[in-house]
Design a binder for this molecule. Sequence first.
Ligand SMILES: Cc1cc2nc3c(=O)[nH]c(=O)nc-3n(C[C@H](O)[C@H](O)[C@H](O)COP(=O)(O)OP(=O)(O)OC[C@H]3O[C@@H](n4cnc5c(N)ncnc54)[C@H](O)[C@@H]3O)c2cc1C
Length: 568
Amino acid sequence: MRTIDADPDEQFYRDTEAVAFPKIDDRQLALLEPLGKRRTLRRGEMVFKAGQRDLPLTVILRGEIEVFEKREETEQILGTPGVRDFVGDVAMLQGTSALASARVKSDEAEILQVPAAELRRALVELPGVGEPVVNAFIMRRQRLMRDREFAGLRVIALRDTREGHQLHDFLAKNHVPHRLIEFEGEPGQALARRFNLTSRDLPALIAATGAPWRRPSLREVAQVAGLLRPLTQGDESEIHCDLAIVGAGPAGLAAAVYAASEGLKTVVLDGYAPGGQAGSSSLIENFFGFPTGISGGDLTYRAQLQAYRFGAKFSTPSQALALSFHDGEEHRASLQIEGCFATLRSKCVLISTGADYRRLDAEGREEFENSGVYYAATALEGQLCGGATVVVAGAGNSAGQAAMYLSEGAAKVLLVVRGDDLRKSMSDYLSRRVEACQNIEILHRTEIRKMTGGKMLEKVELEQLETGERRTVETPAVFSMIGAKPCTNWLPPEIERDEKGFIKTGTAVAAHPAWQKSKRPPGPLETSMPGIFAAGDVRSGSVKRCAAAVGEGGMAIAGVQAALASPA
Ligand SMILES: Cc1cc2nc3c(=O)[nH]c(=O)nc-3n(C[C@H](O)[C@H](O)[C@H](O)COP(=O)(O)OP(=O)(O)OC[C@H]3O[C@@H](n4cnc5c(N)ncnc54)[C@H](O)[C@@H]3O)c2cc1C
């Protein structure tokens, strides 16, 4: 039973021990045995090394192994698995690099090693093996992310610099365990001395192998973390697949799970990190099946592992730069990818590149994302500001709707508008309602300059643009309704878009010349080019919500199957 003053970390480790470290039973061993190879190793011999990719799953049959992290002169022992334990981590599913090393501790050890590719197949095909192994991998990674002693990759950066935070954010969104170490502090100074780093070399990354990287690009960071996997084997100039999914937010990830589980050869690209916008949401409370909410990062990470398990291939960061078509060929779509010399040729493509919410250019805004700055005004956000003064920024219909909705529960709504006339950008009926509402005050020619508070937003500073006068308002919430920009500028003109740049699909594109000569009508999520689909926030008319994106991602695969069975 948990005592009142129990250390929450210790309690967490105790509670999760059984899931993280199950033993392999006779039945599971008999299923794994034909896929792997037995080896006998002596004391001190390495089983694998930090930085190594495509690790095999190691089941210990006799003896003991020691898993450790090496940091400069010191070694941190992470575990000493024994008979019927298995050594492994999600890196095996993702094909990323090992974060730690392992060697034989006992005089001799007999192990069974199952190669990563065989393991991935086994997790889908062998009943009773996949679930405990994948659950153990996920739990081990969660424990490692929480472990204060484990360093993983180390980022050394000057305090509060954008570049340092970007590396930190990139590694966090890609679920790579790491530490952000301030250069100014004693540990930062010691590391800088050791690796001969000056402030000009920062941010710097210390790899699991101990090698320092000075001012690395995100691609270099991805390479060190083992995230960047070459799509080609050798020097091929083309890579072929059934379905290329561009964008790994909720829509792309859901599509990847369904496509790979149905046996389609699936490649998923993302320009930054899987998770998309949902990855930056600390708690999604309206996604069904999670009554107490789930962090967007956890939700999408699980989906990503599920897609890996079914055999989808991921490449991040891989920005799609251009899409072109080859009529009459089986792999009719061609994708050019940043940093990849080969062309990705696919029978079908799903565009799920989402949208970027325009961010307010106010000092301190980043600190309060989701703890005071919101991009939707639903009942959930409404609850957070009942009885308070809230701020809505924007002059379009979404800002007007948010202001009207929030006025029902808030003491006062300040509608901050850059221009001088709401009617120029908002529907007439709505602007009249907003103007007539007793507790909405419209602040024309005004911008938000600064946001301050503790853990949550407390105050904003507003500037009247004509007079330059500034005032401070106490508020728990700013609703940013200044528009979203679809990520579609890389697409060719053949992919029809609406006036705001969102991709049209289904009946909206039926009159397009490409469909006029087709034997079948476009599927509901098919674009103006047959075989090219769009799902999620990037699609014109879609509901900009996580569950809607997931639903569309799944539904797009039915369309892909139909298009493969009956090309236009
Ligand atoms: C802070 C925040 C909180 C939210 N909270 C909620 C909530 O509580 N509940 C809810 O239902 N919804 C919420 N949403 C909305 C929800 O997250 C989105 O509706 C959902 O993520 C849309 O999914 P998507 O897959 O269509 O696109 P996105 O999530 O936008 O993902 C698109 C992906 O495509 C990638 N990409 C873009 N261009 C390229 C390219 N050229 N090549 C390769 N990759 C590319 C991006 O890197 C990104 O990963 C929130 C959004 C934000 C920003």
